[in-house]
Design a protein around this ligand. Structure first.
Ligand SMILES: CCCCCCCC/C=C\CCCCCC(=O)SCCNC(=O)CCNC(=O)[C@H](O)C(C)(C)COP(=O)(O)OP(=O)(O)OC[C@H]1O[C@@H](n2cnc3c(N)ncnc32)[C@H](O)[C@@H]1OP(=O)(O)O
Ligand SMILES: Cc1cc2nc3c(=O)[nH]c(=O)nc-3n(C[C@H](O)[C@H](O)[C@H](O)COP(=O)(O)OP(=O)(O)OC[C@H]3O[C@@H](n4cnc5c(N)ncnc54)[C@H](O)[C@@H]3O)c2cc1C
Length: 647
């Protein structure tokens, strides 16, 4: 590939952009200094020859992939320690390096230490007493031990009250006896459990004095610290009394049980990871949309006008409609995720001082935001893949693997439907409170005002869209609530009525979440615009408007059902959408440049900064071991005899 050549289309795109992409980069990083620190950090890892790929891991066996990942995870860990020693990395950077887009670029096939950092350490911090934290955290932090989070069993993942593993307290020896007596009680799925971890937080049903007290977390050693040989399996395994994490519920040495202020505090790590997922989903989406946008600016095909040369595929309005909403969705999830992170930190410090009031609202928001961000990012990444035609299907495009990582988010840490039903539980109570004139928490305040009006007159503004989406959400909440209560009045018991209404409950929850995201995104942009250049402010406003208009248009049926919108209003909305696509078009490449994702993290011949798509694609496929020899052995072994036999 010729060195330092830049694709001519991308050059032109960059000249057309109305704002300076650097300004967007600084905004997203939190300032020029932060951008510089991030770039230095990325360079520190990506320039390390031991971490850079000599050949794509696609061509390795499963076993080789695992060994390769462990090797790299260890190098990364040592490098993080070096940064920490220099005061250049804290917990947040740890997550970025090991779990964020940098981590996923270095450890393309998964991080064997991921669960150690994302769940094992946070569980000890959130559920352990001060003494237990003192005992375990530094060991875990320094990687003297490697942990995982073993909750899910072969038979139960969602319904954790149904877990079968037991931990029975024996006061005679001051030990817990752990047991997984059936096939369905075997721990199944925990990341790193098979070969990497030597300790786990095991979630088990606590029994003491003959009474079951529900699920609680226990630290269990899985492998010998020296030989790494597995400890005896989960049949009557004894662990010391103080290996039960006892910040919340406790067992005293005599076996008496002291209840937690809320049994749901045991579920705290799950809330933490759901909050983290919102940001991670957004970041994976921005990587995919960077690839697809740059590719679409470089790729020419077909005609808009027969007389003109083949256009960039980005000039097809349908292509813009595939990609620009994904750009906007990134920002929407980014700002909603930041909002949720702040709420999580505030509520967590309130919990520390015994205030539990805001926990249900945090749980309700974390559940629906995790579900919607995982689903929308997965769908958005798949749209980006489709937008790249055949080349998007290639593994080296990085789009299939990115989709694979994000679609897993739909299932893990609470399956999406299940989480949306948790939010629906909260919304049903909120609606009842609304009917009873009881106070409402901030995120459902809108139910009160929307209840009083069927809809305002259309005006071309995001506040009108927010009000419309709130009307849809309130309408769906009211409908589900009414249908469920009608069933109960007809004699259906409340649990069956819930199940029979659950399609509407899930839809209500999604609508509530979408209204929340649009409002949070809009409020964030309103706050930012006065502090940035007029050009960037305009670009950010257009993206926010696009997210709002596009989301509303995807819900036309609901809009017609729950508001007094006219068909003329819908035509106006469609025109507005098309105007926004045209307005964003000149800035599309500038926006993804503003994301400032290093080429090594992009890891796709379709999406590199220089736009040398075809040269890079060719170089990539040349790496396949299959292409090393002109004739593969299978020809002589199988094809040739078959061809001969036909002669
Ligand atoms: C630093 C380095 C980073 C490296 C990163 C590497 C990358 C890592 C990559 C991947 C990580 C992968 C992580 C995946 C790990 C996992 O998946 S771990 C397993 C997660 N499992 C789940 O999430 C299970 C889902 N199920 C549940 O959460 C619950 O069982 C349930 C909520 C569905 C039901 O629980 P149940 O006890 O039956 O509750 P209910 O009866 O339905 O409700 C009772 C009330 O409790 C409230 N509630 C439920 N959950 C919570 C909570 N978390 N907090 C607060 N309150 C909660 C619920 O609303 C009910 O309240 P009311 O009675 O008032 O209505
Ligand atoms: C990549 C990956 C990594 C994971 N890592 C870990 C880990 O490190 N540690 C760990 O403990 N676990 C881990 N898990 C397990 C994960 O948390 C569970 O798979 C997840 O919580 C879903 O539970 P399940 O598999 O039991 O699904 P199920 O609950 O069996 O879901 C199957 C279907 O049933 C439906 N369903 C279930 N219950 C209800 C309900 N109440 N109402 C309506 N529909 C319902 C669901 O919507 C879904 O459609 C991981 C899973 C994956 C995929």
């Amino acid at each position: 590939m010729p060195a330092n050549t830049m694709n001519e289309d991308l050059k032109r795109e960059r000249q057309r952009c109305s704002f300076d992409p650097k300004e967007l980069t600084y905004l997203l990083d939190g300032g020029e200094e932060k951008t510089e620190e991030r770039r230095q950090r990325e360079k520190f890892f990506l320039d390390d020859p031991e971490l850079s790929e000599t050949a794509p891991s696609d061509y390795l066996s499963h076993k080789e992939k695992y060994e390769h990942a462990v090797k790299k995870a260890c190098i990364v860990f040592k490098k993080v320690q070096q940064l920490q020693a220099q005061g250049k990395a804290g917990m947040q950077n740890f997550r970025e390096v090991l779990g964020g887009q940098l981590g996923s670029a270095i450890l393309r096939d998964g991080n064997p230490l991921g669960l150690h950092y994302v769940m094992f350490i946070p569980t000890i911090m959130g559920q352990g007493t001060i003494e237990q934290q003192a005992e375990w955290i530094s060991k875990a932090w320094n990687l003297e031990i490697i942990g995982t989070y073993a909750q899910t069993e072969l038979g139960h993942g969602t319904f954790i009250r149904g877990l079968e593993t037991t931990a029975t307290y024996d006061p005679a020896t001051e030990e817990f006896v752990l047991n997984s007596p059936t096939l369905t009680s075997y721990k199944w799925w925990p990341g790193g459990l098979g070969h990497t971890a030597n300790y786990a937080v095991v979630v088990a049903q606590l029994y003491s004095q003959g009474i079951c007290h529900g699920i609680h977390p226990f630290i269990v050693q899985l492998r010998d610290e020296e030989t790494h040989l597995p400890m005896p399996g989960f049949e009557n395994v004894r662990i010391p009394w103080n290996y039960m994490l006892m910040k919340n519920g406790k067992v005293l040495k005599d076996g008496s049980y002291v209840k937690s202020p809320s049994s749901k505090l045991t579920y705290g790590t799950m809330i933490f990871v759901r909050v983290v997922i919102v940001q991670d989903a957004a970041n994976y989406l921005r990587k995919a949309v960077t690839i697809a946008t740059r590719y679409s600016a470089v790729r020419h095909q077909s005609h808009i006008k027969e007389s003109a040369p083949e256009p960039q595929i980005l000039d097809f309005v349908t292509q813009q409609h595939k990609l620009f909403p994904q750009l906007a969705t990134y920002f929407a999830l980014h700002y909603s995720g930041a909002w949720l992170w702040d709420m999580y930190n505030n509520v967590t410090s309130e919990l520390e001082s015994g205030e539990l009031d805001r926990l249900p609202e945090l749980h309700a928001l974390a559940c629906c935001l995790k579900a919607v961000s995982a689903a929308d990012a997965a769908q958005g990444i798949e749209t980006c893949r489709l937008a790249c035609g055949g080349h998007g299907y290639m593994s080296c495009s990085s789009l299939p693997i990115t989709y694979g990582l994000v679609t897993a988010m739909v299932t893990y840490e609470g399956e999406n439907t299940v989480l949306l039903l948790q939010t629906a539980r909260y919304l049903m109570k909120a609606w009842q409170n609304c009917l009873d004139g009881q106070p409402l928490t901030p995120s459902v305040q809108y139910l009160n005002s929307v209840r009083r009006s069927f809809g305002g007159v259309y005006h071309k503004s995001v506040p009108w869209i927010i009000a419309s989406m709130q009307r849809i959400a309130a309408g769906k909440i009211e409908t589900a609530h009414r249908h469920m209560n009608d069933k109960i009045k007809r004699g259906v018991n409340s649990e069956d009525a819930w199940n029979e209404t659950s399609i509407e409950l899930v839809a209500a929850s999604e609508a509530h979440c979408k209204a929340f995201i649009v409002e949070t995104y809009y409020n964030s942009v309103q706050q930012i615009v006065p502090s940035v250049s007029q050009q960037l402010g305009k670009a950010l406003t257009e993206l926010c408007e696009l997210y709002a208009v596009n989301t509303l248009l995807k819900n036309i049926g609901d809009l017609l059902r729950y508001s007094n919108v006219t068909t003329g209003d819908l035509e106006n909305l469609q025109r507005w959408l098309e105007e926004l696509l045209a307005a964003i078009r000149p800035n599309a490449v500038g926006i993804v440049d503003g994301f400032d994702i290093n080429d090594a993290i992009i890891a796709s011949p379709l999406g590199a900064y220089d736009g040398n798509v075809y040269e890079r694609l060719f170089a990539e496929v040349s790496k396949s071991p299959l292409n090393a020899k002109p004739v593969n052995e299978s020809f002589h072994k199988y094809l040739k005899p078959l061809l001969k036999s036909k002669m």
